[in-house]
Design a binder for this molecule. Structure first.
Ligand code: FAD
Length: 435
């Protein structure tokens, strides 16, 4: 006789508490197998076997496993294609329902459709829930039902529609006794094809004082004055509901940033073509220079513009870059060097611990001028003025550029004035063609 079970499939929601889909699964009258799949369709694209994000996931799964062991259970870890994993599991168990939280990225939507079809052919339901956002898909739209493409009116409607019920807890942590009681083997990271690396990840609890003062210091990269919560939102190791509550209580500016996150998720869901193409069609005609050599100097932080170089080195060394500096480095690549934003986007995707397709794409398109609510194309950051404004004592620069001020520091790769003029002319000509 096969055991009759439900499955909860963990994806980007690696926490046992206040987890909507997990809560529903645990309250459905059958023991729940908690499952995580190291999806080879995703992992095979990662060339770095020491990838810090895979390490983070592994570390968090280990923690979940320890928590579940306290309830005579454990997490089932699989590696492979999700369809193959589910085909195998439905042979082994009498599976009634599979529960999961919704994911809005194009790959995830396609994957979930495949799984839903497979399960349906065995009379099993895939039940999905909203968990990683307050408002999803088309819950915040214009009065006529069309999606917004500008942030400010979107955020106004977001706030108007918001009520306390949106942040009510789904207390999955209270029902862990309903887990399926079996001790599965927990794999080594090497079994998944990766190797252990550095694991000093930011805290999950943002400090209250920091959030209270966020609007005052957030633009100064030398001050550690932002929450660093990005990686936790990405992998669901914090609950968005708890973060929104915190933002509402402590700081409107910080709350607005969390709403930017949902705005870009909505844009990606409504317009999945942005993954490869400019949101604004008129911007598809820019003749990018595509200089491999200059791209390499940008990647390595060797452009001779200290704010750009410091940012790239922070990214390469830590997997993090301050938001102000992300804007400056991105603008520099697309405007000063006229290199395709997709190259920069891909490099950030490879390196950022908090990499999030929707936010990365949205912000790169913002920098390139092609995005939904983008900076006007003629706004070209002056990387030197940005230092005076946001790193006046050169603390950030000196921290990341040890050779700054010596002859070892590289000469400027371009002249700001000439690069700016070239960018303006190129954009103007291309927009005339495209518009
Ligand atoms: C070129 C570029 C690429 C970026 N790529 C990413 C990315 O891959 N993943 C990512 O989460 N953010 C990205 N951002 C947005 C922003 O830089 C980071 O969210 C922020 O720096 C993360 O640090 P923090 O967690 O301390 O954020 P805080 O400043 O404390 O903000 C709290 C949270 O709000 C959200 N948030 C803040 N700013 C933005 C924004 N501009 N757009 C969307 N959400 C925001 C994030 O979830 C962030 O963790 C990018 C910005 C630029 C300019």
């Amino acid at each position: 006789m096969k055991d009759s079970v439900n499955i909860f499939w963990f994806r980007r929601d690696l926490r046992y508490f206040d987890n909507h889909g997990f809560f529903q699964a645990l309250n459905d009258n059958r023991p729940v197998i908690p499952l995580f799949i190291f999806d080879t369709d995703i992992l095979n694209d990662l060339s770095d076997k020491y990838d810090k994000r895979v390490n983070f996931i592994y570390h968090k799964l280990n923690y979940l496993n320890t928590v579940f062991q306290g309830h005579k259970s454990s997490i089932l870890i699989k590696k492979g294609k999700p369809v193959d994993v589910f085909s195998e599991l439905i042979q082994q168990y009498e599976v009634k329902n599979v529960f999961a939280n919704r994911d809005y990225e194009p790959y995830a939507i396609k994957r979930d459709q495949e799984i839903e079809e497979l399960l349906a052919s065995h009379d099993i339901n895939l039940k999905t829930y909203k968990d990683q956002v307050i408002f999803e898909k088309d819950e915040v739209t214009k009065a006529n039902g069309e999606p917004y493409s500008i942030y400010t009116p979107y955020s106004r409607t977001w706030k108007r529609k918001f009520s306390e019920k949106h942040v009510q807890k789904h207390p999955s942590e209270d029902f862990l006794t309903n887990l399926y009681q079996k001790k599965y083997n927990f794999p080594f990271l090497e079994d998944v094809g990766f190797k252990p690396s550095w694991n000093h990840y930011p805290d999950e609890e943002p400090q209250e004082d920091l959030i209270k003062n966020y609007h005052l210091y957030r633009n100064f990269p030398a001050k550690d004055a932002t929450s660093r919560i990005g990686i936790h939102l990405r992998f669901g190791t914090v609950s968005i509901r708890q973060m929104i509550k915190l933002g509402r209580k402590l700081n409107e500016t910080w709350l607005n940033e969390l709403i930017w996150r949902e705005f870009y998720m909505m844009i990606l869901y409504q317009h999945p073509y942005v993954v490869n193409q400019e949101f604004k069609p008129a911007y598809r005609w820019i003749p990018w220079r595509q200089s491999e050599e200059e791209f390499k100097r940008w990647q390595e932080g060797q452009t001779g513009f200290p704010m750009v170089d410091a940012g790239m080195r922070q990214l390469n060394e830590t997997g993090y870059m301050h938001n102000r500096v992300r804007m400056i480095t991105a603008s520099f690549l697309v405007k000063h060097l006229l290199i395709d934003w997709r190259w920069g986007e891909a490099y950030f995707a490879e390196k950022l611990l908090d990499y999030e397709l929707a936010s990365n794409n949205g912000n790169w398109q913002w920098a390139a001028g092609s995005g939904c609510d983008a900076a006007p194309y003629f706004r070209v950051f002056n990387p030197t003025t940005q230092v005076h404004k946001f790193d006046p004592d050169k603390e950030y620069i000196s921290k990341w550029l040890k050779e700054y001020g010596t002859s070892a520091y590289p000469k400027r790769i371009v002249s700001h004035k000439e690069a700016r003029e070239r960018a303006l002319q190129t954009y103007k000509d291309a927009l005339q063609t495209g518009g």
